[in-house]
Design a protein around this ligand. Structure first.
Ligand code: F6R
Length: 242
């Protein structure tokens, strides 16, 4: 695992975006794994800047979201389908038919999860997975105690995660209780993983994931097993590292 500490949150976004831009330049139909939440916002903003400047195109790039809430209507502004459309597909100019989000409204969620892993495999696998990390060490919505071998599946959101994500909803009770998430095994199959984190609120999770023991209690520690994992953090998020 490579850990890169940069001075500011803006630098995190710029460096991660540069990695993605290099990949897309060399492989215009690359397959990206797309995280939502606050952490990758700076990455997407810098990629948008490059698209607007004409130096980068996502027209042929394919994308798979990391996760989706169960039960939110598709058009709900906080469904990850809506978030990915708003934050990634539209500003970066993806072909919408090239981007897939787990179907959290499916009647048969187990089947939808299995089909999602199959779709990733049919696309040839993920070339680069963008990740954030939860304050409790989760990646995707693989909450503590998730198996390192897990596949895309339904998960119960931890109380802490529902609390953390309440900021996106009018009322904490509106945060869904369940999600579909790529599994840790699914994430580990990506050919490259780039995790971004900013701020002191992520310092403990970063320290545990990077320097702690491999443990299902810290799902991010699974990345220690990956051959090409890069963790890009600002100085605040790095402040718990030895
Ligand atoms: C998002 C995701 C989550 C977030 C994590 C951090 O698709 O799967 O693992 O990356 O909860 O969230 P933020 O970035 O909002 O602090």
């Amino acid at each position: 695992m490579e850990v890169i500490i940069v001075p500011t949150a803006q630098d995190v976004g710029e460096l991660a975006a540069a990695r993605i831009a290099d990949l897309v330049a060399s492989n215009p139909d690359a397959v990206l794994g797309l995280a939502t939440g606050s952490s990758p916002q700076g990455v997407y903003a810098e990629l948008h800047r490059r698209v607007q400047a004409g130096s980068l195109s996502f027209a042929g790039v394919r994308g798979f979201a990391l996760d989706e809430y169960v039960g939110l209507p598709l058009e709900h502004p906080e469904s990850y389908a809506s978030v990915i459309t708003r934050d990634v597909v539209e500003p970066l100019g993806f072909d919408p038919s090239n981007v897939r989000v787990p179907d959290g409204r499916a009647d048969d969620l187990d089947r939808a999860a299995q089909e999602y892993d199959e779709a990733i495999a049919q696309a040839g696998g993920i070339d680069l997975q963008i990740l954030g990390i939860g304050a409790n060490g989760h990646i995707g919505f693989n909450e503590p105690t998730s198996s390192f071998a897990s596949r895309t599946r339904i998960k119960t959101l931890a109380p802490q995660t529902r609390l953390d994500n309440a900021r996106f909803f009018d009322n904490p009770d509106q945060v869904p209780t369940h999600c579909l998430t790529q599994g840790l095994g699914t994430i580990l199959e990506a050919r490259e993983v780039v995790l971004v984190a900013q701020g002191a609120g992520k310092a403990a999770a970063i320290a545990a994931a990077v320097e702690g023991p491999l443990t299902a209690l810290v799902p991010g520690s699974a990345l220690q097993l990956h051959r090409r994992a890069t963790v890009i953090v600002d100085e605040d998020a790095a402040s718990g590292l030895k």
